[in-house]
Ligand binder design. Structure first.
Ligand code: F6P
Length: 585
């Protein structure tokens, strides 16, 4: 029998699904099918074994459809996949992103100054701290008003332009920090906006009520070639220069990129550029200048440093804790169990905390761009599906939206995330519980509702009419896990981020895929280029469309004819903000 560490006759690694550990788990599914969470939850020893804790974070896996043996078998699978070696290779700077021949060292972005993390024979930590120190100094200059705009005014507003990993991570962390009292205090009088979509509506919204004289623009793009970001960057540069002149760019525009050559060509002074490295994947880049610069401008560097420290706490745990008590490893193994063995390809991310509203959108990219792959690292089509379909909303909003399906429709493993001490507090006289307690009552109730369900017998005892009984029954036995954080501070936000990042990597390593490339996004990009060429020809030379199928030709023709009044090039720049009240030309 092949195992994942061995080579088949073709010289390629056999997929993990051909290993004995995988077969053993397949067999074990039958045992688990004979159990119900209603009963499993009665075993206190089992539950105790499945509640794990590290550095203030409690992870409760007791509502997963597992018994002691399941975890053992999953750990065997991890051994089969050489998980420990993979973790070590990542921290050792091995080029594990094989299709791009790159190391994967986002953990180095949050390493303490005295840590040594090598990439191609060089310790990268000093270079990381050079950039962090530069951000510290620059953000202080902006925030203190010692760096002024071109007309001598302080720059109180920041527009961060970027998409995908150059947007979602920073937005997640910004949303999480916004109402934390220390951060809110530090951000007084300042605004941070994001511009991601190339949709002019997003431009209008991002720039609404902003004044060029008091705005700093941060262009964030790892490659500095992403079509959406570069068009938005040119748009906002025009917005700046049309009011303040070209010379204002050096005071009002800075960049974050690995491609400092293109930054310079765009017209940004290299002194105003904040670099990072090809060993940081876009969706893993929030701890580089990608996130640190906009966040430090808004909240001050000291708060962002705590966020980095929180992430490092999990990094250190991930690289050193034994697999059986390693939180990202256990979380990743549970996901593999749910996806590959229990047939649940989706996962709901349900934070009972409004400040975590942007966690699910961020993890959608981290998880789905990483693990939505069809072939093994060797390029061999996989005989099983990889990746998880991630979605989510903060509780309790989600409860009033899609939980119906989760309770009585499809089985969707859920991640419930709760906070012990809320960032904000409301407690009304005469109410039974405080507002946060009310929120958390739902956090505790939902997990048990999913696990236990409701039986016919219970409904009969409640004298529910017979005709309604089938509609009111809940099968239960629906798995979830709960993550309880002591509070939501920059530190714990960093922990949560790293927990999910490494969990995704664990899943990818077990499945034998490359979680660090993203070739699947390329085809759509290149086809858009083809459409762009024809769109321009049709608009400027009224050239007929060619080379498209019937469907695209029909819709494209309808589109082009539907707004012929916008024949371009126009003699002047047009801004969507013109149509918005409050826009100053
Ligand atoms: O969508 C593909 C992608 O390459 C993502 O991986 C990345 O986060 C995003 O585009 C933005 O890329 P960049 O930072 O180079 O503009």
């Amino acid at each position: 029998m092949w195992c994942c560490g061995n080579f088949g006759a073709s010289g390629q690694h056999a997929p993990i699904s051909e290993s004995a550990a995988w077969a053993d788990l397949k067999q074990h599914v039958k045992t688990i099918e004979g159990t119900h969470l209603r009963n499993l939850m009665q075993d206190n020893n089992r539950c105790e074994e499945l509640i794990k804790e590290y550095d203030g974070i409690v992870v409760d896996l007791s509502r997963q459809r597992v018994i002691h043996d399941t975890v053992d078998k999953l750990l065997n699978l991890a051994e089969e996949a050489k998980l420990k070696e993979k973790i070590d290779q990542m921290f050792d700077g091995v080029h594990i992103n094989e299709t791009e021949n790159r190391s994967v060292l986002h953990a180095a972005l949050r390493a303490p100054r005295d840590e040594v993390i090598n990439c191609d024979g060089h310790n990268v930590v000093p270079a990381v701290w050079d950039v962090l120190d530069k951000i510290d100094a620059f953000s202080d200059q902006i925030r203190s008003g010692s760096w002024l705009g071109s007309t001598g005014k302080p720059l109180t507003d920041v527009v961060a332009i970027g998409i995908g990993g150059s947007f979602l991570g920073p937005l997640f962390v910004h949303t999480a920090m916004q109402t934390e009292p220390g951060c809110a205090q530090a951000a007084k009088g300042r605004r941070l906006r994001f511009l991601a979509n190339v949709d002019p509506i997003d431009v209008a919204r991002a720039l609404l009520d902003l004044n060029q004289e008091t705005t700093l623009v941060v262009i964030v793009s790892k490659t500095f070639t992403t079509a959406e970001t570069m068009l938005n960057a040119r748009t906002v540069r025009t917005w700046i220069t049309s009011a303040l002149g070209v010379e204002a760019v050096s005071k009002h525009m800075v960049a974050v990129s690995t491609n400092l050559k293109l930054v310079k060509e765009f017209g940004i002074d290299p002194a105003n550029a904040f670099g990072f490295w090809d060993w940081v994947g876009g969706r893993y880049s929030v701890c580089s200048a990608v996130g640190v610069l906009p966040l430090a401008l808004q909240y001050g560097f000291s708060h962002v440093k705590k966020f980095l420290q929180g992430a490092w706490s999990i990094d250190d745990h991930f690289r050193s804790a034994p697999l059986e008590s390693n939180l990202p490893v256990l979380l990743g193994l549970m996901s593999v169990w749910n996806v590959s063995f229990l047939g649940c390809p989706a996962r709901a991310i349900l934070p009972y905390c409004q400040a975590l509203a942007k966690l699910a959108p961020h993890i959608q990219q981290v998880s789905m761009e990483s693990n939505g792959k069809g072939v093994s690292l060797d390029g061999v089509p996989l005989p099983f599906g990889t990746g998880e379909i991630d979605f989510g909303e903060p509780g309790t909003n989600g409860q009033h939206s899609f939980y119906q399906l989760i309770h009585q429709g499809r089985v969707i493993p859920c991640d419930f995330i709760g906070i012990i001490k809320s960032q904000q507090s409301v407690y009304l006289k005469g109410e039974q519980v405080s507002n946060h307690d009310e929120l958390m009552c739902n956090f505790f109730a939902q997990a048990d509702a999913l696990a236990y369900g409701k039986t016919r017998e219970e409904l009969v005892a409640e004298k529910v009419p017979e005709a309604l009984i089938p509609h009111k029954m809940f099968s239960g036995n629906r798995q979830s896990l709960s993550i309880l954080l002591p509070n939501l501070t920059p530190y714990t936000v960093g922990q949560l981020l790293a927990l999910y990042e490494h969990r995704v990597a664990v899943q990818g390593w077990i499945w034998g895929i490359n979680s660090f490339d993203q070739w699947g996004v390329e085809l759509g990009k290149s086809l858009a280029g083809k459409v762009r060429t024809q769109m321009n020809a049709a608009r400027t030379k009224t050239q007929p469309l060619s080379g498209f199928n019937y469907s695209t030709t029909t819709l494209l023709t309808r589109y082009l004819q539907g707004k012929t009044q916008l024949l371009y090039p126009d003699p002047h720049d047009v801004f969507p903000s013109n149509v918005l009240p409050g826009f100053e030309k």
